[in-house]
Design a protein around this ligand. Structure first.
Ligand SMILES: Cc1cc2nc3c(=O)[nH]c(=O)nc-3n(C[C@H](O)[C@H](O)[C@H](O)COP(=O)(O)OP(=O)(O)OC[C@H]3O[C@@H](n4cnc5c(N)ncnc54)[C@H](O)[C@@H]3O)c2cc1C
Length: 343
């Protein structure tokens, strides 16, 4: 798995294919007081899938069927082992997509369990906003189905929100109904360099406060940019940069890009070079998604230890600048990269 925490292996691994099989496993484990650890693709970074007390790892990779797609209602129902890339490949011909993108090609069950967000969350929200209902096997082996496909309901407790983010501690998710979005008519995006991290952060704050509906706005500091240039062969200056993307109509994305360019200029940044060409955008976002792997090349042989922070957008510049000062004082190799629009 992707964690820096040493491996703590389970005693066994089960590969269920149905909800009934998950129920059998959970009941057998409960009867013998054996820990049960759900497993998606193991991309979580904080040792979530480790088994410190032994037990059975329940690998959901064989529960990978897409059970229903309702294009007219903009939703779908999937098994937990379907990955977000699998789902988007399946949806391509429908003109729809599932926007949550935490970087890794994670399973949708794992993403629900960790309440994943990612680069698109500034526009589309996190798993919290995008899971309509789910079915889970609880500790006693009974199943619970929370909610329906209905987009709104005020009846009963909001058990969906309780299970989303429960990290496998309340139950094993065996199916999920997800909200889908229409693929935007136009997508534009690009990279904008800034003279300092402070200037880049202030441009983010102004962009969000002005209500520009950015789909992605990502901060990359100078050291991270150096790593990404080496690893992903990007041709940009080794200075703090914002990676930005806009979704909408042709005219809409052009206008948003121009307004953002003006904000960047007012903050001493630019030029903002943007494009609607899909291949160029794909290269940029691939580099952004590979940021973690690229940062490992800054010190060959070392392991990565990642951590997250989130602050109200008005305090964003201050938070990043103070962190850079701490890093300098401590002499760490610590690149900074982040979903700036969410703070
Ligand atoms: C390079 C990189 C970048 C990332 N960036 C972001 C980011 O920007 N934002 C963000 O939010 N996250 C980010 N992540 C974390 C990512 O969201 C999680 O790794 C992912 O959602 C976990 O999915 P998984 O399938 O790998 O689950 P696993 O790692 O296999 O499991 C994660 C947890 O969920 C539980 N679980 C798994 N499946 C189920 C199930 N069916 N039912 C109940 N519990 C289950 C497990 O027991 C475990 O506790 C990043 C990860 C990587 C590697």
């Amino acid at each position: 798995t992707t964690t820096y925490i040493p491996t703590q292996a389970p005693d066994g691994v089960a590969f269920p294919e149905t909800t009934a099989e998950v129920q059998d496993i959970v009941r057998a484990c409960a009867a013998h007081r054996v820990p049960v650890i759900a497993f998606g693709v193991g991309s979580s970074l904080e040792g979530h899938t480790n088994a410190p007390g032994g037990g059975i790892s329940v690998d959901t990779s064989r529960m990978n069927r897409i059970l229903a797609v309702n294009p007219q209602d903009l939703d779908c129902t999937v098994e937990p082992g379907v990955t977000r890339e699998d789902l988007n490949r399946h949806l391509r011909d429908t003109g729809l997509f599932f926007p949550i993108d935490p970087g890794a090609n994670a399973s949708l069950g794992g993403m629900a369990a960790t309440r994943a967000s990612g680069t698109n969350a500034v526009r589309y929200g996190t798993m919290r906003e995008n899971v309509l209902s789910l079915t889970a096997v609880m500790a006693d082996g009974e199943t619970v189905t929370t909610g329906k496909r209905a987009k709104k309901s005020s009846a009963g407790y909001d058990l969906t929100r309780l299970l989303v983010g429960s990290e496998g501690t309340l139950g094993i998710i065996t199916s999920l109904t997800l909200k889908l979005q229409g693929i935007p008519q136009a997508i534009s995006g690009g990279v904008c360099p800034f003279p300092s991290v402070e200037a880049a952060c202030n441009a983010v704050i102004a962009t969000i406060q002005m209500g520009i509906p950015v789909a992605r706005i990502e901060l990359v500091n100078a050291l991270q940019m150096r790593a990404m240039k080496n690893y992903s062969k990007l041709d940009y200056p080794e200075s703090p940069c914002l990676f930005v993307e806009f979704h909408g109509s042709d005219a809409g994305v052009a206008e948003q890009a121009e307004t953002f360019g003006m904000i960047a200029e007012e903050n001493g940044g630019g030029p903002f070079l943007w494009t609607s060409v899909a291949e160029e955008r794909t290269k940029l976002w691939k580099a952004r998604h590979d940021a973690y792997w690229s940062s490992l090349t800054l010190r060959p042989g070392a392991k990565g230890l990642s951590t997250d922070v989130c602050v109200p957008i008005s305090r964003f510049a201050e938070c990043v600048m103070e962190t850079e000062a701490d890093i300098a004082e401590m002499g760490l190799i610590a690149p900074i990269v982040g979903h700036a629009g969410d703070g």
